[in-house]
Design a protein around this ligand. Structure first.
Ligand SMILES: [Zn+2]
Ligand SMILES: [Zn+2]
Length: 388
């Protein structure tokens, strides 16, 4: 099979590789689509490499595929099933796992880092990671659910902006369990559990930030502002990239926020513009997909008393926090990482209900031979997807 290998010394190379061995609890997939994540770009840029990663490596952890072989112990899945793959393998035994925080497993293995990933014609994954692919969207769009959408969705839950129905969240659950509750994904959240009247500031317009905007829209949260690091001329939406590359799989525009502010205007001007929009009280929830020292400072400046700041971005920067002021104002600071498989199941239900169209996040699709383009300096908005 052909696979896109990467090593820091030799860069990228499309190679003919050995077929991977198949364990009893695993399935072999034909990879239909695999998204290129910001963390893949960080590895290529030499910025950060997940522990336990060995080179040459076939990256790719946002996989949509079709089952072509099942291990001897796999009963629930059949050859021919279209699926998406939640990429995080949790041990089920460490302290976070035992507390239902499988996304924080201390022995986590991620497909595409600690084992071979989806930038390849075939991949082998544990059957426990599979989620049925929603029929409502293409493989390329569905691939984005497992990480690009699941990460901000998890952060919205961790922040308390979306509250999962007790018992549905966390580790485990039978395949399809999350899909069986009610007809509507809103059934996952009860009463005031989705704070649809909240003011939400999303910081960042990369893949996670755009996905967060779309999730807010899908969940009925309308008072959304966006703070981008780009100049406002350069802050493109998915519709711009559609015009540029003419890819029919790219859908309509990303949800339009009530305000869009550029960090290029300077911190004070930014804070003033955001306060004018939010009113004197301030922002209820800040979702920071950048989380550098400057965005952290702005978030603490504009969040309301008793409001929540959620960090999703993983910058290497250290930040200074005015502790007494933050404590006196009762600000909640939440750090959120990864997602659980139930997050992905809920997103699948959201897509099937028509509430979310993940295709809008696509920057475009690339073949295995073209894939390195996604790692180049062209910072097109949205997510590139490799279709091997
Ligand atoms: Zn990722
Ligand atoms: Zn664990």
């Amino acid at each position: 099979m052909r696979a896109l290998q990467f090593s820091p010394d030799d860069g990228f190379r499309v190679a003919e590789t050995q077929s991977l061995p198949l364990g009893p609890d695993e399935v072999r997939l034909r990879v239909d689509a695999c998204g290129v994540c910001g963390s893949d770009r960080q590895v290529v840029a030499g910025e950060s490499v997940p522990q336990g990663t060995a080179f040459p490596l076939v990256m790719g952890h946002e996989i949509a595929g079709t089952i072509i072989e099942t291990g001897t112990g796999v009963a629930d899945w059949r050859v021919g099933h279209p699926v998406i793959v939640h990429p995080f393998i949790a041990c089920g035994d460490c302290a976070p796992c035992r507390h239902g925080q499988s996304n924080l497993c201390m022995r986590q293995v991620c497909v595409g880092y600690q084992r071979s990933g989806g930038f390849s014609e075939e991949v082998v994954v544990p059957a426990s990671l599979l989620v049925p692919r929603p029929a409502a969207c293409s493989a390329a769009a569905a691939a984005l659910l497992v990480d690009a959408f699941a990460t901000p969705y998890r952060a919205m839950k961790d922040a308390g902006l979306v509250v999962a129905r007790p018992g549905l969240d966390g580790l485990g659950g039978a395949p399809g369990e999350g899909r069986s509750v009610g007809g509507s994904p809103i059934a996952y959240v009860t009463g005031e559990a989705v704070h649809t009247d909240a003011t939400v500031l999303i910081i960042g317009t990369g893949g996670l930030g755009l996905a967060a905007q779309m999730l807010c829209e899908a969940l009925g949260i309308h008072h959304v502002g966006v703070l981008t690091r780009r100049s406002l001329d350069g802050a493109k939406t998915a519709s711009d990239t559609e015009a540029k590359n003419g890819d029919a799989s790219v859908g309509s525009t990303i949800a339009s926020p009530e305000i869009m502010v550029s960090l290029a205007d300077g911190a004070r001007a930014v804070a003033r513009q955001i306060r004018r929009w939010s009113g004197a009280g301030g922002i209820d929830f800040v979702l920071d997909t950048v989380a550098t020292a400057d965005t952290i400072a702005i978030a603490l400046e504009v969040v309301r008393v008793g409001g929540t700041v959620a960090w999703i971005g993983m910058s290497e920067e250290e930040a200074r926090v005015a502790v007494a002021k933050t404590v006196r104002r009762g600000i909640r600071i939440v750090a959120s990482y990864g997602s659980t498989i139930n997050d992905v199941r809920e997103l699948t239900a959201l897509v099937e209900s028509g509430g979310l169209n993940p295709a809008r996040l696509l920057a475009g699709t690339l073949s295995l031979d073209e894939a390195t383009r996604a790692f180049g300096p062209d910072r097109t908005s949205g997510r590139w997807v490799v279709c091997p």
